[in-house]
Unconditional design. Structure first.
Length: 172
């Protein structure tokens, strides 16, 4: 299952590759999980749904539904452009773009349908490359977090790679 934790791990890998630090690195990780924050408008939508006409409900579903607007190319373009206008930092903009794009792509690759090209293409679709609850994909998607934890431990002096241990015992 591709989940928010694995999306955050990919965001952290993008941070490592881009060399961003501090607030900027937190923004990249936020962008990597941003589409999953659609649960907030979706919860509001579910609370209000019974009070809406079917026409209004259908209209609002695209904006407030899970894996709808916030998982679309239109959303990606809007938030990345807003970020670039506000920050005026090309490296940060590219890193955030890659983080949010990786999120939408990985979700699109699962068996759950979404509409990433709405309003241009209104039908929902999926790549269906793997099942949403595939345990192998779940383990693989968490590998970036394991790598980052190992790097964190090494940088804090709490983890010594095997080669360093061998060199110390040989006196090198």
């Amino acid at each position: 299952m591709v989940n928010s934790l694995s999306h955050a791990g990919i965001g952290l890998l993008i941070v490592l590759l881009s060399g961003l630090r501090g607030r900027e690195s937190k923004l990249v990780v936020l962008f990597s999980i941003l589409p999953d924050l659609d649960f907030i408008p979706y919860a509001i939508f579910l609370l209000l749904e019974k009070y809406l006409s079917s026409e209004m409900r259908n209209s609002l579903f695209y904006l407030m539904g899970h894996r709808e607007f916030m998982h679309s190319m239109l959303f990606i373009i809007v938030v990345v452009l807003l970020l670039h206008i506000m920050e005026k930092n090309l490296r940060l903009t590219i890193a955030c773009f890659l983080a949010i794009l990786s999120h939408v792509y990985l979700d699109y690759a699962t068996s759950w349908k979404m509409r990433p090209f709405f309003p241009i293409i209104k039908e929902s679709s999926t790549l269906g490359a793997f099942d949403f609850f595939d345990p192998i994909v779940t383990v693989i998607s968490l590998i970036p977090l394991f790598i980052l934890l190992l790097l964190y431990q090494r940088n804090k002096g709490k983890w010594t790679p095997y080669t360093d241990t061998c060199n110390k015992t040989r006196g090198q």
